[in-house]
Write a protein that binds this ligand. Structure first.
Ligand SMILES: [Zn+2]
Length: 288
């Protein structure tokens, strides 16, 4: 496993010499690691990360298709204490925008629970899809549901880890597919400190050009906290969400590497497991 890549974030001026005694050791530059890793489904994420050369892992803490409360991860203590970066992805059933009480209310509860379980593993955040309303419903009401969610939780003391809202690939009523919709969502939630996760497959399949996408996203959200670096099996604006390994989809690998470099955030590939080691190695090589 090679060492982490580093981004130079700022140069630190040398401290003036101390009047007496040993002068403090001031490193010339503070380096922030640009972590590259993968979403892993294996029971032992620490071992799997080592096998694939991942410096950060994304995990589910429960069955992604279920409403079940997450259990404490068996490696929670090691993950929290260790060097490996961790991020948690919330279940797919969550839809915080939904106008249906029987979906929205349990979604809120599940996200709060997952944020607590994510804190136990030392996660940098909890990824939550933007969600959607259904056809004929008012998208503004979906955006307002997001705002209410953040507002209520702020009143209750906030989330245990940052919530990273992810752009999605499909649907005409999505909160975070097209960036004009993303802008309306951010007007509602940005003030509560919502984080942003940019998925390259979702952007491409959702109809957002990847060239310049980091700048366009940041102009809206002011931040990118995480990149889901995936190729897409389907074409531009296809609205289909099928991830591919970096060298095997409809997006040029160099375009993906450029997104990665521009974002300056941790990168996780959510690609077929057998190609993840090569995906990570490609990105690391491309960024060097
Ligand atoms: Zn993703």
């Amino acid at each position: 496993m090679t060492g982490p890549l580093y981004l130079r974030v700022r140069d630190v001026p040398a401290a003036p010499p101390a009047p007496r005694g040993p002068s403090p050791t001031v490193p010339p530059t503070i380096l922030t690691p640009m972590l590259i890793g993968a979403h892993v489904r294996e029971d032992d994420p620490i071992a799997t990360a080592a096998e694939r050369g991942a410096e950060i892992v994304q995990v589910f803490l429960a069955d992604p298709q279920s409403w079940k409360k997450p259990a404490t991860h068996p490696q929670a203590e090691q993950l929290r204490a260790g060097e490996l970066g961790v991020v948690v992805h919330s279940p797919y059933v969550v839809n915080l925008a939904s106008l249906n009480n029987r979906i929205r209310i349990p979604s809120r509860k599940l996200v709060v629970q997952h944020a607590e379980a994510a804190a136990e593993v030392g996660a940098i955040g909890l990824v939550v899809h933007g969600g959607h309303v259904t056809q004929g419903e008012d998208a503004a009401a979906g955006v307002d549901n997001w705002r209410k969610f953040f507002e209520r939780q702020a009143d209750a003391g906030g989330f245990a880890v940052p919530i990273l809202i992810e752009n999605t690939a499909g649907g005409d009523n999505a909160m975070a597919r097209r960036f004009d919709a993303l802008a309306r969502l951010w007007d509602a939630v940005g003030g509560f400190g919502a984080g942003f996760c940019l998925d390259t497959c979702h952007a491409h399949a959702g109809g957002e050009e990847l060239v310049g996408v980091v700048d366009r996203a940041k102009a809206i959200t002011g931040r990118i906290d995480l990149v889901h670096l995936n190729n897409s099996r389907d074409g531009f604006d296809s609205a289909r969400d099928r991830h591919a390994n970096i060298d095997s989809g409809t997006i040029e690998p160099d375009v993906l590497a450029a997104v990665c470099a521009a974002a300056g955030a941790p990168v996780v590939v959510e690609t077929p497991a057998e190609g993840q080691r090569a995906d990570i190695a490609f990105l690391r090589g491309a960024l060097r």
